[in-house]
Design a protein around this ligand. Structure first.
Ligand SMILES: Cc1cc2nc3c(=O)[nH]c(=O)nc-3n(C[C@H](O)[C@H](O)[C@H](O)COP(=O)(O)OP(=O)(O)OC[C@H]3O[C@@H](n4cnc5c(N)ncnc54)[C@H](O)[C@@H]3O)c2cc1C
Length: 220
């Protein structure tokens, strides 16, 4: 499929679906936008000058677009996105990015590691490739932050909770990885905050896994 660069366009909000008090899925009209799972768009609100990047959460075949957003308390954009109502307009640019499934890698195991809303591109992978062989390690504070958990094969999704012992593993993703045997053919993909990504790199390098086997999308 050819993906044309469209420049900024106005898209109408369809719904705002809250997962927790601070995380929601913003669904908006797709219009002419096409993308590959793992890509992101840049979103703004017409009266705010700044735009921010958001990974697309849904499958490329859906007839709508979704992003999973965490409200940053003193953030410029996210508190405003949280107030959007169906029918209002947002400015959308993109898609952009190369954090996509590597051509020819679909028969390999994927080790997907995320913190918080960094699960978004992986949700899009799994929705668009239901047969994908993967283990998803998700770092969150408590089990209620495990968004749309039922969309991932049971057993392949591991919630690592850092504040409450109500997930699959109590501790950070790096604690979980210490005893995890990484399949030799794994494609390793990391998404979320930069500290987690640095910590995982360090741990995998200690196991002599070369950096070339890992790809990452850093949110902040
Ligand atoms: C390629 C890419 C894809 C991204 N995809 C997503 C996504 O799918 N969902 C999503 O929620 N965010 C995503 N982000 C982060 C997003 O672009 C914004 O930075 C974030 O929403 C904050 O915007 P803001 O204007 O409210 O805060 P700002 O006014 O820009 O920033 C306020 C402060 O919040 C920090 N911050 C940014 N994100 C977080 C966070 N999640 N938790 C805590 N502190 C944070 C910033 O470092 C900054 O110090 C992505 C970033 C990149 C680069």
């Amino acid at each position: 499929m050819v993906h044309f660069l469209r420049g900024e366009q106005q898209h109408r909000v369809i719904s705002v679906r809250y997962h927790t008090a601070t995380t929601f899925v913003l669904r908006f009209q797709r219009d002419e936008l096409t993308f590959k799972a793992g890509q992101h768009v840049t979103i703004g609100i017409p009266d705010i000058g700044e735009m921010r990047e958001y990974s697309l959460y849904n499958a490329p075949t859906d007839d709508f677009l979704e992003v999973l957003v965490k409200i940053v308390d003193d953030g410029r954009l996210t508190p405003r996105l949280a107030l959007l109502k169906p029918g209002e307009q947002i400015t959308v640019d993109g898609p952009n990015g190369y954090f996509t499934l590597r051509p020819g890698s679909l028969d390999r195991h994927h080790l997907l590691i995320a913190t918080g809303t960094g699960i978004s591109p992986f949700h899009s992978f799994v929705k668009s490739h239901p047969d994908l062989r993967f283990t998803l390690i998700h770092g969150i504070r408590e089990a209620s932050e495990a968004c749309d958990r039922a969309d991932f094969n049971s057993g392949a999704y591991i919630a690592c909770t850092s504040r409450a012992d109500d997930g699959d593993f109590m501790g950070r993703v790096t604690d979980f990885l210490k005893d995890f045997q990484i399949p030799a053919d794994s494609e390793i993909m990391l998404c979320g905050n930069s500290q987690m990504i640095l910590d995982v790199w360090e741990l995998l390098l200690e196991r002599n896994i070369p950096l070339e086997r890992m790809r990452q999308e850093i949110y902040f």
